[in-house]
Design a protein around this ligand. Structure first.
Ligand SMILES: CC(C)(COP(=O)(O)OP(=O)(O)OC[C@H]1O[C@@H](n2cnc3c(N)ncnc32)[C@H](O)[C@@H]1OP(=O)(O)O)[C@@H](O)C(=O)NCCC(=O)NCCS
Length: 155
């Protein structure tokens, strides 16, 4: 198993991991076209979990967008291939990248949860803002666990 930055030629495979949830009933081609032209996706960097040469799980990392404080990253669009869900892959991907960025001097990771917060709470994230529809959550690497002044906008 390997966790690494994605290559550009892998982007379509990555987009399709979340098609069942984010496809909104659109044909695959329309969904892919929307992803390929997404300004949001253009501003981040994709990371993948690869097993047996297959992309199983992916997420996008934002740095310096959406009002993220200096040294705080944002994780978004976390998805696992439909056939490989509930086997611990997303947790492994998130854990590994959190550890990696912490060691590189990042202070914490934000994400917006559109699913039950419990999934992210179990892996070190706490809710910093919730509007009933989605929750902004932070995994703070600061010893004092201080929440920075600015909470990023939805991403
Ligand atoms: C959410 C998702 C990334 C989890 O990936 P995974 O590889 O199956 O995750 P893991 O195997 O590491 O962990 C599975 C856990 O996720 C939980 N989970 C999955 N979907 C969930 C949902 N919609 N709401 C709440 N929890 C969910 C499972 O209940 C399970 O919890 P458990 O460990 O207590 O049993 C995957 O279900 C997915 O791709 N969903 C579609 C895209 C999506 O909704 N992404 C999240 C955006 S915030």
């Amino acid at each position: 198993m390997e966790i690494r930055k994605a290559k550009a030629e892998e982007y379509d495979q990555i987009y399709l991991l979340g098609y069942d949830v984010w496809g909104e009933g659109n044909p695959v081609q329309k969904y892919l076209d929307d992803c390929r032209s997404s300004k949001k996706y253009d501003s981040g960097e994709w990371f993948v979990l690869v097993s047996d040469s297959k992309i199983i799980s992916a997420l996008i990392v934002y740095d310096g967008y959406f009002g993220l404080d200096n040294k705080y990253y944002g994780f978004g669009s976390i998805a696992t291939d439909l056939k490989s869900r509930k086997k611990g892959y997303a947790k492994k991907l998130i854990h590994t990248l959190c550890d990696r960025f912490k060691n590189e001097g990042v202070n914490g990771i934000y994400l917006y949860s559109d699913i039950d917060d419990e999934f992210y709470k179990k892996i070190g994230f706490s809710v910093v803002l919730s509007d009933g529809k989605s929750s902004c959550m932070l995994n703070s690497f600061n010893k004092a666990n201080l929440v920075p002044m600015a909470i990023p906008t939805y991403f």
